[in-house]
Ligand binder design. Sequence first.
Ligand code: KG4
Ligand code: ZN
Length: 341
Amino acid sequence: MMKILAIETSCDETALALLEAEGGLRAPKIRVKKNLVSSQIAVHAPFGGVVPNLAKREHLKNLPVLFKELLPRPARYTPDIIAVTVGPGLEPALWTGINFAKELHTTHFPKAKLVGTNHLEGHLASILLTSGVRRRPLHELFPSIALLVSGGHTIILSMDSLVKWSMLGETRDDAVGEAFDKVARILNLPYPGGPEVARLATKGNPAAIPFPRPMLHDTSYDFSFSGLKTSVLYHRRDHPRASPADIAASFEEAAIDALAGKVARALREYPTHSLLLSGGVAANRALRARLAMLAKKHRILFFAPPFAYNTDNAAMIGVAGYLTSLRGKRYPLRANGTLSL
Ligand code: KG4
Ligand code: ZN
């Protein structure tokens, strides 16, 4: 059994977690012992988005406070691994986590292995925190199609195992979470906008406005969301009396159609045992429902982690750190803002 201390500071959440992991790559079993997240929403809200240097300042302030709550008596704890996000994300923010990890290593846990971790692998690894996944032999999930949707990324992958995959496509411009956040701003909803747009959408008519379904009929597996966002902007400008709920619902429907269309094609083209959904936008109930329906139609399994593990957290970084160390893979302990999968 391995004890893991995990640190995540890639964007605007300061997060620490303690985990226990065993079973190796074939049958990993993870227990999350503690999972703490301190959100900086209130700090960034007046600016309508994340300000990198404010994020850095807040991480520096929050990390020691959160650590005290995580481990009131660090002398009694002996982690095998300290997993820390090295990218992708905001580099000033990433550095605060990396430096904190190094400091913990020197001052409290010199025997632990420092493991640089890829934030995107964290989102993929969060699938292991789903109860349905924990209950069955892991190999039954693969091959799998995975959709990773967050504020910074929109990626569709074909996975042969937890550590072997190929990317089929990704967004050519805005990430889908970013589009939700920008539409929120257009509708004057508070930051962070994704959940607000989703909430408003439940009160609107998704068929009210025929927004474009970008790239849906393109032969690649790529996405594009910047044109959709612009259509929302123009619609709002040209129809100032249009119901914001209808706009939110119609936008959400268009975004989900664009995502689900590519997933549906991947399910037809690749032999697949499961469909996996992760990242912050996986918290979107309408998207979950649509993908669950698709999976049912194809008679395959569908999994998305519990809501607590959709948006940024350190538990998923602990899981990814465990897998990274088992694979013998190494990421330099240096912030890499554009690190990819
Ligand atoms: O994974 P995450 O916490 O951070 C990144 O790695 O980017 O994802 C945050 C993104 C934000 O864009 C947020 O608006 C979006 O996830 N999000 C949602 C919902 N909850 C969070 N988007 C749509 N519907 C939601 N319910
Ligand atoms: Zn994320």
